[in-house]
Design a binder for this molecule. Structure first.
Ligand code: ADP
Ligand code: NI
Length: 217
């Protein structure tokens, strides 16, 4: 099977799986991450097909929806690519890539070992910040019955991926536990530049949020 056909099949498979997801992990998240990741890959000189496949598959079996089992994602990625008779070296590269993407807590290192993973990680994190990031955070918070905000709740700088994944804090706290930290963790120069504007927008948003919370503005 050609790589073009493999990418097309993967896109159709993921689209069918995620079309009706309502927690911010819908097909359009995957599609945005794919588009931005490929754009970054072009600028960074990364392998475009590995990047695109990695982006399409990066949320195929999120640990949050699999009892916090971090091995579900590489397993599902491998199984899908093998079912498509993809070449084994490609299967290995994409399987490794998907494990290196997600944020796992403020104090948990998430270094990438390939430029393709760096592009997908940056693209995924860009989709977690800015106007879309804000929308996704509240969609996730609502789907998981979290408070918008609690003035007494102190954000946690998690050093344990499982504790981070099972955190039940208000959505505003999530900004301090993840979203506002992402701009300094961008891996590619192109990603850094894109993150700056989105970060600024979140700061403006939070300023207004707290002003309104206090009954001003
Ligand atoms: P990604 O798809 O970027 O890897 P996640 O799977 O961690 O991100 O989360 C999906 C979306 O839900 C992201 O925008 C993320 O910021 C948001 N989210 C994750 N955990 C929380 C939380 N505890 N409270 C609010 N939003 C969250
Ligand atoms: Ni994602």
């Amino acid at each position: 099977m050609s790589l073009t056909k493999l990418i097309e099949n993967t896109e159709n498979h993921i689209k069918a799986l995620f079309e009706n997801e309502g927690t911010g992990h819908d097909w359009w998240h995957i599609d945005r991450v794919r588009n931005v990741a490929v754009k970054l890959a072009e600028m960074e000189g990364a392998d475009l097909e590995i990047t695109e496949l990695g982006a399409l598959l990066h949320d195929i079996a999120d640990h949050k929806f699999h009892d916090n089992d971090f091995s579900a994602l590489p397993r599902a990625t491998r199984a899908w690519l093998i079912s498509q008779e993809a070449p084994l070296d490609l299967v290995d590269r994409v399987e490794k890539l998907v494990t290196e993407i997600s944020f796992k807590g403020a104090k948990v290192a998430t270094d990438t070992t390939s430029i393709e993973a760096a592009c997908v990680q940056d693209a995924d994190r860009l989709d977690a910040i800015g106007a879309i990031g804000i929308a996704r955070a509240f969609a996730y918070g609502g789907a998981n019955k979290r408070l918008l905000h609690h003035p007494d709740f102190k954000p946690t700088m998690h050093d344990d991926p499982k504790a981070y994944a099972s955190d039940k804090g208000p959505t505003i706290a999530h900004f301090y536990e993840k979203l506002l930290l992402l701009k300094d963790r961008m891996q590619t120069n192109s990603g850094k530049a894109l993150a700056a504007e989105r970060h600024l927008f979140m700061e403006t948003y939070l300023k207004q949020f707290f002003k309104e919370w206090e009954g001003q503005g």
